[in-house]
Design a protein around this ligand. Structure first.
Ligand SMILES: C[S@@+](CC[C@H](N)C(=O)[O-])C[C@H]1O[C@@H](n2cnc3c(N)ncnc32)[C@H](O)[C@@H]1O
Length: 570
């Protein structure tokens, strides 16, 4: 990972002698150093490597927590630490020495490790892992770094905020300049930038989704989680391994950011106009987070929303969507589970449920109809007509979907389609390129397009990701996003709705893509997506929705809702 031009000529250690690896004396710092080195040297992913190292080396408890903070904190703050290291070094350190200096700087500037311990332990690490000469160099540099606090260093190494606010924020909060600039453009509230960047540096809470009809927030609470803030299906896990929770192990629940849940929920809340069947498409479904929730709602309904609507009818509404009810008792239609007859025209089916999805034009040999072509699911017509089942509305906008639809989920990559198959229960899953549709046009009531993007909205999750992203890729991604959005709009029937979602707030991937498509088509109108998430504040000026880590505690997810205009009567 090349963050600054330190690729060394001058060594930090002169005539260093590399010693054979000896047993680690400081397991946490050795593990953190190995992770930072692997990220730097061979583009490893810290969040995959660190848990493996901790497991293999039997590092647990406080040592594991220390190793995690050292590795992740160092990687997030690289830009800041490199600027200070450069100021304190009389020569460019070699990469292995520089990585140790970065870990030492993180302890001195952002952790509560006493300075003598931060310097001493890093020098010991370097002596053990690199050599005595390098240890001397590191000792001298770290002492200089430790002579000032971070607040004292910033005016020295960062541009004056009055002259260059973006450059200042980039150094002060350890983000590449182009990302700070992109966030600033999208946020439109420069005063919030420090809070946003600070939130982007914090480790996110583990958020779980209880898939309706399959699990419940109450079940997750019993396993130690706390109910979510916005999504009626969300629960926060403060500690512990989510994989150890039965509901997660059985894919009835899953790890899923709350904004990811809400954009999927918003799509299901839009009343679809016209006389349609309930057939949904997730065009870029892998690895299956949103497909897992959409599949559950398609089958069982938005149980929390239906319960809320029932309370409104009875005059006892709490005025806020309720936590999910555990069973499938509320409003769940009794429909046969089948495939998606009539929808799939091509693709590359693989596996049992792919086979059920079809491959033959005209549908599915042997498929069970009912969910989408058979008897009318209770409430489906109410929704199609734009009203809630039973005509009660639980919120200011949208309706709770009653269930009885079928989801077709596609991904261009076979292994990602396989992951979708593993996490969904009733969906039909195919490997297919969304730009060359394997389905008939105009047949879907709701289409989720969670487009491939830079992922700038989820930098909190991968400590090193911000240094690896490259603005040069955005133009190519933009072309793909436009092609996918065009086929998503072709796939939806008149009166149906498309959710265009990115896990990036970058305007070139969000508003500009949507604006370009709207300018090209007169058969599409944009809905105010905020109307379908009335429980969430601070979503911006609309009509799209933009989540932010510092406002919502979620990833910076973008949502636009586009309706295909209903066909005009002849
Ligand atoms: C942002 S991810 C989707 C995340 C997913 N919706 C979820 O919630 O787990 C984008 C996905 O698009 C897929 N993809 C990229 N190009 C595609 C294409 N042309 N057609 C279909 N899928 C594509 C990628 O393989 C990737 O799995």
């Amino acid at each position: 990972m090349k963050t600054r031009g330190h690729q060394g000529t001058g060594s930090g250690g002169g005539n260093r002698t590399r010693k054979p690896r000896r047993p680690a004396r400081d397991p946490a710092r050795n593990a953190a150093y190995d992770v930072v080195r692997a990220v730097d040297e061979r583009d490893a992913y810290a969040n995959l490597l660190l848990p493996r190292l901790l497991r293999e080396r039997g590092i647990k408890g406080r040592d594991a927590a220390l190793a995690t903070e050292l590795a992740y904190g160092t990687l997030r703050g690289l830009g800041t630490y490199d600027a200070i290291i450069e100021m304190c070094s009389d020569r460019a350190p070699d990469p292995d020495v520089r990585d140790a200096l970065r870990i030492g700087a993180h302890q001195l500037l952002r952790m509560r490790v006493p300075p003598h311990a931060a310097v001493g332990t890093t020098v010991d690490l370097v002596r053990l892992r690199i050599g005595a000469g390098a240890a001397k160099f590191v000792n001298a540099v770290l002492r200089k770094i430790g002579s000032r606090t971070l607040d004292e260093w910033l005016p020295i190494v960062a541009p004056d905020p009055a002259d260059d606010p973006v450059g200042h924020l980039a150094i002060a909060y350890g983000h590449p300049r182009w990302i700070v600039s992109a966030f600033r453009d999208a946020l439109g509230a420069p005063g919030e930038m420090p809070d946003l960047l600070e939130a982007d540096n914090a480790r996110p809470l583990v958020t779980l989704v209880a898939r309706p009809g399959r699990s419940s927030v109450e079940e997750l609470e019993a396993a130690g989680a706390l109910p979510g803030r916005y999504s009626p299906y969300a629960a926060y896990l403060r500690e512990g391994d989510p994989g150890g929770i039965d509901a997660v192990a059985e894919t009835r629940a899953a790890v899923q950011d709350e904004a990811s849940q809400l954009v999927a929920l918003a799509l299901t809340r839009v009343p679809v106009e016209g006389d349609g069947e309930e057939l949904w498409l997730d065009m870029c479904a892998g690895p299956g987070g949103k497909a897992g929730l959409l599949d559950a709602i398609a089958t069982h309904g938005d149980l929390a929303g239906l319960a809320e609507e029932a309370r409104v009818r009875a005059g006892t509404s709490a005025g806020k969507p309720a936590a999910s009810s555990g069973g499938a008792s509320v409003g769940e239609p009794d429909v046969a589970r089948g495939s998606v007859p009539g929808a799939v025209t091509g693709g590359e089916p693989s596996g049992a449920r792919d086979a059920a999805a079809g491959g033959a034009p005209g549908g599915t040999p042997g498929a069970v109809s009912g969910a989408v072509t058979g008897e009318e699911p209770s409430g489906a017509r109410d929704v199609a007509a734009g009203g809630a089942p039973g005509a009660a509305r639980g919120r200011s906008g949208g309706v709770a979907f009653p269930g009885g639809a079928r989801l077709l989920a596609a991904d261009v990559q076979q292994h990602r389609a396989r992951l979708v198959r593993e996490t969904t229960k009733d969906a039909s899953v195919i490997t297919a390129d969304g730009t060359e549709p394997a389905w008939r046009p105009g047949v879907f009531d709701r289409v989720m397009l969670d487009a491939p993007c830079t992922g700038l909205g989820a930098l909190r999750r991968r400590p090193e990701a911000r240094w690896r992203r490259d603005p040069a890729g955005i133009a190519e991604l933009g072309k793909l996003q436009r092609r996918l959005l065009a086929t998503a709009l072709d796939a939806v029937r008149p009166g149906g709705v498309v959710a265009y979602v990115t896990c990036s707030p970058h305007l070139a991937e969000t508003r500009v893509v949507v604006g370009d498509l709207l300018a090209q088509r007169d058969d599409v109108e944009q809905l105010d997506a905020r109307d379908y998430l009335p429980e969430v504040e601070g979503l911006g000026d609309g009509p799209h929705v933009q989540f932010w880590p510092h406002r919502h505690g979620t990833d910076a997810m973008f949502l636009a809702l586009l309706r295909k205009k209903p066909a005009q009567p002849a």
